[in-house]
Design a protein around this ligand. Structure first.
Ligand code: HEC
Ligand code: HEC
Ligand code: HEC
Ligand code: HEC
Ligand code: HEC
Ligand code: HEC
Ligand code: HEC
Length: 411
């Protein structure tokens, strides 16, 4: 290279590159990159984009079960063990071995009786933050399947996926499975019924935009108008009717809602009427027949607290942006907020309530066995139910044992 270029050309070149980089950065800045486009035409930009203006909410949100309910596989996100000795799951008719290689994790499956050859499937997506357990999904080009192996937190073991047979199998995963565990997925079939997806358009986690709606225009508006402190292009959830506020949570916490009336399982966005999109096949079933798993809404709606107060909704007790698991005091304060001195208070003798540490929820929202969510913890074992906090706030005949560890941080 001639010396002269080094003296005059190089600084110029640097300046030129610098300038291009800068203007490119600038337009990147104003136009957040769109991760996927909703069926209504609005763009998803992801919670990392919210960080610059909503840092406080972002910091607590990323610690929630919602944010972590679906993730890419890493040593941290997969709770099960790949260590020799703990990495084998024996089923009646198959043996599964979980193997980790640098940057990749696999399930090897071998049939015990049939002459099938061993299959090797990659862990591509982790479903479940690990509060109770996890399941795993695998891509075959752009079709999505659930692996046979799952993980059960209370025993810290690999298990057969709930409702899977004892022989080698994998199960196609469509929108009806994904809809509550991701923010958005673009199915290649408009009804959402296939297990074929546009892989690049998957938005993982129950992220900000699943509850608030796709936010591309909001971000663009506030980046272009940094002094504007009135909200642009964003729904005020606080001003919605009680039912519409509930619907934000109800889309995922009211049973399967398998009867799709309009669009597909990802069509509904906050502010719309959920019943117009999807319903349960059963309606009006008595509350004692509703399963505690995934139907907090049905149970809460059957409670006197809900029926006889005008304002109670999920956010009366839950802060949607923080991880409140195990924080019994926070919840008990909510009860006392309506059941304090002047109002209806507990009738039970104080000496009795003191035995349960005055923990209102231990007696009135007891941990209850799920009928639909059961796991087999060993090869011969019986199916055991997963315990879930009932949202039927009521007076129960039998008082719980002191084993309700609702204040111990993990149930
Ligand atoms: C460039 C700055 C900026 C970015 C980026 C941004 N916001 Fe905002 N947002 C604001 C401002 C300013 C307000 C109004 C003042 C306030 O509430 O903080 C606001 C308000 C809101 C509100 C309250 C609406 C109401 O009820 O009043 C929500 C919800 C919201 N933003 C969601 C998001 C989400 C989700 C993202 C990320 C996808 C995001 N914002 C990214 C600037 C931003
Ligand atoms: C897109 C579906 C979806 C929406 C919308 C949704 N949830 Fe959830 N929620 C889930 C799933 C899935 C889990 C289980 C997460 C896990 O542990 O993997 C969950 C877990 C929870 C938990 C337990 C958290 C924990 O630490 O174990 C609470 C409480 C909760 N949701 C409340 C709400 C409330 C309140 C709303 C509305 C403001 C809401 N959810 C909206 C899907 C959703
Ligand atoms: C209608 C919404 C909905 C659908 C559909 C759904 N789930 Fe869930 N799932 C939930 C909710 C809500 C929870 C946690 C709270 C509860 O158990 O009530 C949960 C919990 C889980 C957990 C335990 C997570 C943890 O951290 O403890 C796993 C694993 C899981 N689901 C896997 C799946 C798989 C795999 C599918 C698809 C075959 C699926 N779910 C379909 C709503 C749903
Ligand atoms: C599970 C659903 C859910 C998720 C996920 C969620 N929000 Fe919210 N958010 C709500 C609800 C519901 C309200 C209204 C709360 C109320 O009325 O008290 C709200 C309120 C807000 C507000 C208004 C101010 C406030 O604190 O009440 C802002 C800003 C906001 N959310 C931003 C975000 C951002 C940014 C993220 C992601 C980092 C996020 N939200 C994730 C449900 C959610
Ligand atoms: C928004 C206010 C509100 C909150 C919060 C609230 N309740 Fe209630 N609760 C009520 C009302 C109103 C009634 C009905 C009073 C009546 O029957 O006169 C009620 C009734 C009850 C009953 C009697 C139920 C029956 O079937 O007879 C119990 C028990 C109860 N609440 C416990 C709780 C517990 C425990 C919590 C906290 C987890 C709680 N409540 C939170 C308003 C509330
Ligand atoms: C009166 C207070 C109250 C209301 C209202 C309420 N919850 Fe809860 N919720 C609780 C308590 C208490 C827990 C147990 C928390 C714990 O054990 O850490 C809980 C736990 C949960 C869990 C985790 C269950 C488990 O066992 O893993 C989910 C999911 C949930 N709530 C969703 C909802 C949804 C959705 C709504 C609205 C339909 C709602 N909640 C309304 C008090 C309430
Ligand atoms: C040890 C279990 C236990 C604990 C802890 C407990 N309760 Fe109760 N509660 C009961 C029983 C049992 C009854 C029914 C008593 C009766 O009718 O004689 C009751 C009755 C009630 C009633 C209905 C009163 C009426 O007049 O009909 C309310 C409201 C209530 N409890 C709220 C609470 C609140 C709020 C807390 C927490 C501060 C709490 N309870 C703690 C067991 C408990």
């Amino acid at each position: 290279m001639p010396k002269i270029l080094a003296f005059t050309g190089l600084p110029l070149l640097i300046l030129l590159i610098w300038h291009c980089k800068d203007s490119q950065l600038e337009s990147d800045y104003f136009n957040p990159s769109v991760l996927a486009t909703h069926y209504n035409g609005e763009g998803f930009v992801g919670s990392a984009t919210c960080l610059e203006c909503h840092a406080e909410i972002y910091d607590t949100h990323i610690q929630t079960a919602h944010f972590n309910t679906s993730a890419l596989p890493t040593e941290q996100s997969i709770k099960g063990s790949f260590d020799a000795g703990s990495n084998i799951l024996e089923l009646k008719e198959a043996e599964l071995t979980m193997v980790s290689e640098p940057g990749a994790f696999y399930q090897h499956a071998q049939s015990k009786f049939r002459n099938d050859k061993e299959t090797r499937s990659k862990f591509d997506l982790v479903i479940g933050s690990g509060v109770k357990g996890q399941s795993y999904l695998t891509w075959e080009t752009d079709t999505l399947y659930q692996l046979q192996v799952s993980y059960y937190t209370p025993t810290d073991r690999w298990i057969n996926s709930p409702n899977f047979p004892e022989y080698m199998t994998k199960r196609p995963v469509n929108d009806a499975c994904l809809k509550c565990h991701v923010t958005f997925a673009e199915n290649k079939e408009p009804t959402g019924g296939s297990n074929q997806y546009v892989k690049e358009h998957l938005v993982l986690g129950v992220d900000c935009e699943r509850c608030h709606g796709p936010a591309q225009k909001h971000v663009l508006h506030h980046r272009n108008n940094p002094k504007d402190s009135t909200v642009g292009y964003m729904l005020h959830l606080k001003n919605l009717s009680r039912q519409k506020r509930l619907d934000i949570c109800v889309q995922c916490h009211s049973g399967l809602r398998a009867r799709q009336i309009k669009g597909n399982p990802f069509s509904f966005v906050a502010g719309e009427d959920l019943e117009a999109y999807s319903q349960n096949f059963y309606t009006g079933r008595p509350e004692n027949e509703l399963d505690v798993h995934g139907n907090q809404y049905g149970l809460l709606k059957s409670s006197k607290c809900f029926q006889q107060s005008l304002t109670m909704d999920c956010t009366t007790c839950h802060d949607p942006h923080t991880n409140q698991r195990g924080n019994a005091n926070t919840f008990n304060r909510k009860c006392i907020g309506c059941h304090g001195a002047a109002q209806l208070t507990c009738k039970l003798d104080v000496s009795e309530t003191a035995k349960m540490g005055n923990n209102c929820i231990a007696c009135h929202m007891p941990l209850s066995p799920s009928k639909s969510m059961q796991v087999k913890v060993d090869k011969e074992g019986m199916a055991i139910p997963v315990y879930i906090r009932s949202h039927l706030i009521a007076i129960y005949d039998s008082l719980p044992q002191k084993t309700d560890r609702s204040d111990a941080g993990n149930d």
